[in-house]
Write a protein that binds this ligand. Structure first.
Ligand code: AGP
Length: 615
């Protein structure tokens, strides 16, 4: 998962590349580099560490250049060092890469035997030398034509995933790209063309973008962009207009993107509801939800595939969707799903849930489901993303750009979209009466304002963090829909504060995990007044009897729970339908404030990346 940026046009400064890379830094941030091509040749500047390290060396780059590329890395092959940072050069070729070249060893042996000298440990350098070699083999045509032919030969030999940005010193006003498996978009403005791993890097320069699809080569010039298939035939597609504003991506006065995005839970939910629920009729607008093309009436079951936080949103939605449709809903980790024997048929709807729309495991899982004959739906937060392109239908979560690596508002938007899917199915299959459906629609409408009230707990949770931030381990427990909420809360704590945390279905405690309980163990217990309340209170008693410490998250004014717990957080009263939206908020805030107290890198936690585009 790396960030790629490219420019060709009237002229771009080093600051242009650096700022664009900052917008992509969430994709990977262990080293970075920029190459700029001028009449005097190419200047390449790389640095180990975050972009701030590269920023210190910008003066070594030309003040402006008509063509340039930049890269921020998440190391796959080769340690995060300056020498392994992209771009890599071979003769007149300068190249950078997002993805993994799986057959790089065999290619490297062949190229070494031909006399190519390797200076890095990366798979990317193999692509640079291979392209140089193929470029030398082309004897017909001008340099640009030879580059196009050489690129076609190179992509035939590569196995794995790649999004390349490429310069050639012999074509000083042309930028090249090739894409298979890793995300890439291009943008167009007056006299300028852009290349990037994601649209967030382009929105301040253009509103016109186009998603590069697999097996496509791109030639970018100041006068326009040409796309051709790896087989050589020309490809033509209209540009899309993106509505995101730069302001939406700034921190808006918050200390971290993550805190801003936690406070955007309400509008992420509201935006995702907008247009989909029709309050006057109490119905679901299936066209706006993006599911009108699916055979909703004839489906016999659902499968949902996802990773990480998206998997927990999917796991949570199972309870609601089954309750309103009586359709069986299986939820699978995408990385496991794709290796299992498929049991789908044309009456199975497989849903891929992904914030980025680029997660490799989820992409491969949904591709395997479609190939096996299932109906497929993408629930994604990034318009036109790769997973959406792989599905029959696309339903957009409207959380807006999520920059913090830890997913927060997107989780809320995903849950909203999945609830809407459940109601759309119930509506089209008459699984609910009109009044029942209206009742649920009325409940969904309440969520944004209730979640807004739950955000008021932030200050008390910040104080609470002072009592928990030094723990080395924590358990999270919940029953029913609160179990996936507990899983989400434990993931957030792990990935933000690096504290070991595990989540269990509360009923499982007595089957083993209770052996972990003693006076050193704290347990976050989700205990709202739902159908499981009494049994959850029993769990709390069992933990207290063994000396464990309880942080209970329940509904406000629950004196019984407050008396039992060592610490207690009370969320505003709400219906059982809405509870998961509400209990998630204190868990996101809890993880955030503990991470702040510990001083970890909240928006870019170690070892992580926002979009995991490698398997
Ligand atoms: C979320 O906090 C994590 N950073 C991670 O688990 C993430 O949810 C997972 O990688 C899936 O990403 P996606 O939603 O973009 O597919």
């Amino acid at each position: 998962m790396c960030g790629v940026i490219g420019y060709v046009g009237r002229g771009a400064s080093p600051a242009f590349f650096l700022n664009a890379l900052r917008r992509l830094e969430y994709r990977g941030y262990d080293s970075a580099g920029i190459a700029m091509l001028t009449a005097d040749g190419v200047v390449i500047q790389r640095a180990e560490g975050k972009l701030s390290q590269l920023e210190r060396k910008l003066d070594n780059l030309p003040a402006t250049a008509k063509v340039g590329i930049g890269h921020t890395r998440w190391a796959t092959h080769g340690k995060p060092t300056e020498n392994n940072a992209h771009p890599h050069r071979s003769g007149p070729i300068v190249l950078l890469h997002n993805g993994i070249i799986e057959n790089y060893r065999q290619l490297k042996e062949m190229l070494v035997a031909k006399g190519y000298e390797f200076l890095s440990e990366t798979d990317t350098e193999v692509a640079a030398h291979l392209l140089h070699d193929e470029y030398k083999n082309q004897t017909q045509g001008n340099p640009e034509e030879r580059m196009r032919l050489a690129l076609r030969e190179v992509v035939k030999q590569l196995k794995g995933a790649f999004a390349f940005g490429i310069l050639c010193l012999d074509t000083p006003e042309v930028l090249y790209a090739a894409k298979l498996g890793s995300p890439l978009v291009v943008g167009q403005a007056e006299g300028e063309s852009f290349l990037a791993s994601g649209i967030t890097a382009l929105v301040e320069h253009t509103r016109q973008f186009l998603v590069v699809e697999d097996h496509e080569l791109v030639v970018l010039k100041s006068t326009g962009i040409e796309i051709e298939h790896f087989n050589g035939y020309a490809v033509s597609r209209p540009f899309s207009k993106v509505e995101w504003s730069v302001a939406m991506m700034e921190k808006g006065g918050y200390r971290h993107f993550m805190l801003k995005e936690i406070h955007e839970h309400p509008q992420a939910i509201a935006q995702t509801l907008n247009g989909r629920i029709q309050r006057d009729s109490g119905t679901i607008n299936i066209a706006d939800l993006g599911v009108e093309k699916l055979p909703l009436k004839s489906l016999s079951r659902l499968q949902i595939v996802a990773c990480g936080t998206s998997f927990y949103a999917a796991s949570l939605s199972k309870y609601f969707i089954e309750s309103v449709t009586h359709l069986p809903v299986e939820v699978d980790l995408a990385s496991e799903y794709r290796y299992r024997t498929s049991t789908v048929n044309a009456q199975t709807l497989v849903v891929a849930v992904s914030q980025s729309g680029e997660t490799a495991d989820t992409l491969q899982a949904i591709k395997s489901a479609r190939a096996a004959g299932a109906q497929t739906l993408a629930i994604v937060n990034v318009p036109g993303s790769t997973i959406a392109h792989a599905c029959h239908a696309e339903s957009l979560t409207k959380a807006g750009p999520e920059i913090g690596v830890a997913s927060t508002k997107a989780f809320a938007a995903q849950l909203t979209d999945l609830y809407l899917l459940g109601l759309a199915l119930a509506q089209e299959r008459q699984a609910l009466s009109a009044s029942e459906l209206r009742g649920y629609v009325d409940e969904l409408v309440k969520i944004p304002s209730l979640v807004e009230r739950a955000l008021g707990l932030s200050e008390s949770i910040e104080k609470l963090a002072n009592r928990y931030h030094q723990l080395s381990s924590l358990l999270f427990i919940g029953r029913g829909p609160q179990w996936p909420v507990a899983l989400e809360g434990s993931l957030k704590l792990k990935e933000l504060s690096y504290i070991h945390a595990e989540a269990y279905a509360a009923g499982e405690l007595k089957h083993g995990p209770i052996a972990l309980i003693d006076e050193n163990m704290s347990v976050v217990c989700l205990a709202p007044r739902d159908a499981y309340y009494e049994k959850t209170l029993s769990n709390i008693e069992e933990i207290k009897a063994r000396g464990g410490r309880i942080l209970a998250i329940g509904q406000e004014n629950d004196a019984q729970l407050a008396a039992l717990a060592d610490d207690y957080i009370g969320i505003p009263e709400c219906s059982e339908t809405i509870l998961p939206f509400m209990t998630t908020v204190p868990l996101h805030l809890f993880a955030y404030w503990i991470a702040v107290r510990k001083g970890t890198d909240v928006d870019q936690p170690r070892n992580l990346a926002k979009s995991v585009t490698v398997e």
